[in-house]
Design a protein around this ligand. Structure first.
Ligand code: FAD
Length: 391
């Protein structure tokens, strides 16, 4: 008997160091996360403040960034780490993605030297939490329409607006907030660093989610939030800045979502081998095997694509369209696998005793954030035809 990873000899494509990092994250995930995940999911929470320093000690926060206390490891290693975390739960991987790929990347790519010195070492250590506020109640797929405004008042900036669906927003020490500014009569999106506790800035945790329950999600309000002149990320000029950060987070999802799929497959194969129906194990029926074979195939193809994109990224050659293709494929196939696995588990599949419906529900969010599946289809459509079908 082989695992789905062994079926495709995935390990032969990894270096010793990549295998070691993957094993270290898998061991942390097995000991520290997996025993609690069903309980966190059911309670609709996750101990972000407790976990962040532990993730920081493992070098997982801003893992692929250089300097300022970041681990400076490869994109492929970051992807593999995301996969091991998401094999436990997409919520935990989201914590790491938002901190490293969104908040820290925004500061690393677009911040001043002072911003980097002030925030990156603490964010890398997990002693400070960051969030990334781009989406608004009326603008998700089309962030360029955002209504949040930053206006000059003397040397200061004054921000007004609201953000929605912001991961870790309610516990963040520093929020990266994207707002429209005016520059020579033109609207330009720029990033601002808003520390928690700034007067006029409030974060409210969102409840009643049926997906990504082991993750904190918040609504942010900015009501005449006055910031000093140097709160703006100086190198952020235009929507390309937040989109560049999103492309980093998306890359983690290319690997991450397949971790959820792998976990569903492992739990399902295990179940099918012991569950007897009509006097023999479910695994011994051709219909079950056809489902398992097809799912394993999609997992393997997705994993090969993820590794290919990882290698391209490490060579500095990956394009945003390629990352879109990977994100679309991994999320779409992972959610299909999770749902199909659920059928094999029958009624047991709907409980938290098994991970499959938890993963399937989580993957609804993963399919939607960092660009919906449809948005990535449009990105690929545009690349293939040169016709922009977004509007
Ligand atoms: P909409 O943009 O309203 O889309 C609705 C539907 O319309 C989708 O199916 C979409 O694909 C489709 N659609 C959109 N445009 C087109 C088009 N041109 N043609 C055809 N169909 C189209 N955002 C942040 O800024 N920071 C975060 O930390 C963050 N965390 C999140 C955590 C969770 C759990 C979730 C669920 C979301 C999070 N988001 C975050 C928001 C996320 O990025 C948005 O939900 C996403 O961009 C989609 O926006 P929307 O929900 O407004 O959907």
């Amino acid at each position: 008997m082989v695992t789905v990873e062994e079926l495709f000899a995935i390990d032969t494509l990894l270096s010793d160091e990549e295998r070691e990092i993957r094993a270290a994250v898998a061991s942390f995930a097995a000991q520290r996360l997996r025993p609690h995940i069903a309980e966190w999911f059911e309670a609709g929470t996750v101990p972000v403040r407790e976990l962040a320093p532990e993730l920081g000690r493992l070098g997982l926060l801003g893992m692929h960034l250089e300097g300022y206390g970041c681990a400076g490891l490869s994109a492929t290693m970051y992807g593999l780490a995301c996969q091991e975390l998401e094999a436990v739960d997409s919520g935990v991987r989201s914590l790491v993605s938002v901190q490293g790929s969104l908040a820290m990347t925004a500061i690393h790519k677009f911040g001043s030297e002072e911003h980097k010195q002030r925030w990156l070492p603490e964010l890398a250590a997990g002693t400070a939490i960051g969030c990334f506020g781009l989406t608004e109640p009326d603008f998700g797929s089309n962030p360029g329409g955002m209504r949040t405004r930053a206006k000059r008042d003397g040397a200061d900036w004054v921000l007004n607006g609201s953000k929605m669906w912001i991961t870790n927003g309610s516990v963040a020490d520093i929020a990266v907030i994207w707002a429209q500014t005016e520059h020579e009569g033109r609207q330009v999106v720029r990033g601002f660093l808003v520390p928690a506790g700034t007067p006029g800035f409030t974060a409210r945790e969102m409840h009643h989610k049926l997906s990504l329950r082991a993750s904190l999600t918040a609504e942010l309000d900015l009501d005449d939030v006055r910031l000093p002149a140097d709160a703006v990320l100086p190198e952020s000029r235009g929507l390309g800045a937040p989109l560049a950060c999103l492309s980093e987070a998306r890359f983690g999802i290319v690997f991450g979502a397949l971790g959820a799929a792998r976990d569903c497959l492992a739990a399902t194969i295990d179940y099918a081998r012991t569950r007897e129906v009509f006097d023999k194990p479910l695994a011994a029926y051709q219909l079950t095997q056809a489902k398992l074979a097809d799912m394993a195939l999609e997992f393997g193809k997705g994993q090969l694509l993820a590794l290919h994109l990882g290698r391209l990224k490490d060579q500095g050659r990956v394009t945003s369209e390629q990352v879109s293709a990977g994100k679309l494929n991994s999320t779409r196939e992972a959610i299909a696998i999770a749902r199909q696995c659920r059928t094999i588990l029958g009624a047991n599949g709907i409980t938290l005793d098994y991970p499959v419906l938890r993963h399937a529900n989580n993957l609804e969010s993963v399919l939607t954030y960092e660009g919906t599946a449809e948005v990535h289809q449009l990105v690929l459509g545009k690349a293939l035809t040169d016709a922009n079908a977004f509007r």
